[in-house]
Design a protein around this ligand. Structure first.
Ligand code: HEC
Ligand code: HEC
Length: 220
């Protein structure tokens, strides 16, 4: 067991890079993101548009427990719209998904439809979990540094574009945190980047594991 520590820095260091773009504004409200947020989404149309996505994100958007493809079910509409338009604009790199989500394939209205459809899908407790190590330390770290945005129950905050993280696959959460720490997820909230930068691989794995196990107290 690792010693209990509230501060990230006291629980092992790791290098992490820090080449943030200085004149980039996180979540600037512009372009098709505004259009998609303003559009009234239609879940029935969204279900049809989502068919081309199911090969990867699976039926009912539950993703894969091995984390190769994230769950999208039950994610906030605002978060889904931000992430989809960020991928289209290249702010979040995703070469394999881009051909499916490209502007020539789906319109801002389709994005709004898909987001409503996905946000209303139920989240099931059979998501991929981690090995169950260092969970007490991870909970303390989570409550200290993550709860203000991702919430007590991992429910996120739709109004602030903070993702829901409960019910998500462990390996996906871990991979994203490593990408955020190492500067590979270009659209990540800068305050979070600063918080995640000093975390070690062990801390990241434990945090991802903790989040993957938060009970789904708020079923959707
Ligand atoms: C070829 C496989 C593939 C297809 C097809 C695909 N995706 Fe993805 N998608 C991914 C992967 C992989 C990720 C996670 C990227 C990462 O690891 O950063 C992802 C991530 C996402 C995310 C971000 C999730 C989050 O929690 O931030 C959204 C939203 C999304 N996809 C929507 C869609 C939609 C809508 C479609 C169809 C129009 C689609 N995807 C088609 C592979 C795919
Ligand atoms: C200031 C608010 C904030 C804080 C604090 C914060 N996050 Fe985040 N987090 C976000 C936002 C916003 C995103 C979505 C990325 C983006 O578009 O900026 C995100 C994304 C993530 C993701 C990827 C989720 C997905 O579906 O792709 C993980 C995992 C994550 N955060 C973990 C953490 C952990 C662990 C902590 C604490 C050590 C933390 N975050 C602290 C705001 C925050």
């Amino acid at each position: 067991m690792v010693a209990v520590a509230l501060h990230a820095s006291a629980w092992g260091q790791s290098p992490g890079s820090s080449d943030a773009d200085s004149d980039y504004t996180w979540n600037a409200m512009q372009g098709e993101k505004l259009q998609a947020l303003a559009a009234k989404g239609d879940a029935t149309r969204g279900e049809i548009s989502f068919e081309i996505c199911q090969g990867c994100h699976r039926k009912n958007a539950l993703g894969r427990p091995d984390g190769s493809y994230p769950r999208l079910a039950g994610q906030h509409r605002s978060v889904l719209i931000k992430q989809m338009t960020d991928v289209r604009a290249g702010r979040r790199r995703n070469e394999t998904m881009l051909p499916f989500i490209d502007r020539h394939v789906v319109s801002p209205q389709d994005i709004a439809d898909i987001a409503v459809y996905l946000s209303e899908l139920p989240v099931t407790p059979d998501n991929g979990k981690g090995p169950g190590r260092d969970l007490v330390e991870a909970e303390q770290l989570y409550r200290f540094q993550c709860v203000e945005c991702h919430g007590e129950q991992g429910e996120g905050d739709a109004a602030q574009f903070y993702p829901r993280v409960n019910g998500q696959h462990y390996r996906y959460l871990r991979r994203e945190m490593i990408a955020i720490r190492d500067g590979a997820r270009g659209n990540a909230n800068p305050k979070m980047v600063e918080i995640i930068k000093p975390l070690s691989d062990t801390q990241i794995a434990a945090l991802a594991d903790y989040m993957s196990r938060i009970p789904l107290l708020k079923p959707r």
